[in-house]
Design a protein around this ligand. Structure first.
Ligand code: HPA
Length: 270
């Protein structure tokens, strides 16, 4: 694992400015943020040693090296989902690479279903916490002390200072933000009404098929995390309608400029 990672890092190191401290993972239908990145240089996943290659429609797989909000960033356009058949080490591999490149921050976006009755389609939810319901843990197996501690703390998985910064930026710019707990589940089915209700009862506000594994590994590696869900459909009793991947992408696309604005402003102020 470590040797493999080192080979990936050695390949990428010369292509990524040494001052780069921010990694960004762009979720389903949320790839447009990449258009705001300037001085761009793209690296396709299939050219990177040991990198998994993404398969799902709506996810193009490449790293984008460049500047966002005046700061050097590395964005992942296309992530690896557990439901695609990758194991957890593959799902989280890019985050490990970011860690070994010396990154300090991970910004994450995703599309999610909303269980909270006050949410509307197109809302942006700042993730305050998560519930991990994936059937396999990304840290299961031998722990490499060089990468992090065996039993990592998760009392503040989503960095409070970054969350406060995002909140104040949203308030100043009249952007409505919702706040809540993200439930990470394996998919690929969307939820039955009973499952949405169950996720609400256990304390969830939104549910999706990503983010939690990457955030766990980022925290294990000491990176600070800021994450947003775009609410693309509602898992609220009485409001549940048929949902498709296409609708999720469409709803995400509409909301994404506001989320992109907040992310860029946070990055400016880091
Ligand atoms: N459930 C799970 N994942 C999702 C959903 C949902 O309702 N919407 C977008 N991603």
């Amino acid at each position: 694992m470590l040797k493999t990672l080192q080979e990936t890092v050695s390949f990428l190191r010369p292509q990524i400015p040494a001052e780069t401290k921010i990694g960004v993972i762009l979720g389903t239908g949320l790839g447009d943020l990449a258009n705001s990145i300037t001085d761009k240089h793209e690296i396709f996943y299939e050219t990177i040693p040991h990198f998994p290659v993404s398969t799902v429609e709506g996810h193009s797989g490449k790293l984008i090296v460049g500047k966002l909000g005046g700061k050097p960033v590395l964005a992942m356009q296309g992530r690896f989902h557990f439901y695609e058949g990758y194991d957890m080490k593959q799902v989280t591999y890019p985050v490990r690479v970011m860690q070994l490149l010396g990154f300090e921050y991970l910004f994450v976006s995703n599309a999610a279903g909303g269980m909270n009755g006050s949410f509307r389609i197109g809302d942006i939810m700042l993730i305050e916490d998560h519930i991990n319901l994936f059937p396999e843990h990304p840290l299961r197996g031998k722990n490499f002390a060089e990468l992090g501690t065996r039993f990592p703390d998760m009392s503040e998985a989503y960095d409070k200072k970054l969350r406060n910064l995002a909140t104040s930026i949203a308030e100043k710019n009249n952007i409505k933000l919702q706040y809540g707990v993200y439930v990470g589940t394996q998919g690929p089915t969307f939820e039955t009404p009973a499952e949405y209700y169950y996720f609400k009862v256990i304390g969830g506000d939104a549910v999706g098929m990503s983010t939690v594994p990457e955030v766990i590994v980022a925290r294990h590696g000491g990176m600070k995390v800021l994450a947003f869900s775009i609410i693309t459909d509602l898992g609220v009793l009485g409001k549940i309608v048929e949902v498709s991947h296409e609708e999720v992408q469409k709803a995400a696309k509409i909301a994404q400029p506001k989320m992109a604005f907040i992310m860029e402003e946070v990055i400016k102020q880091l």
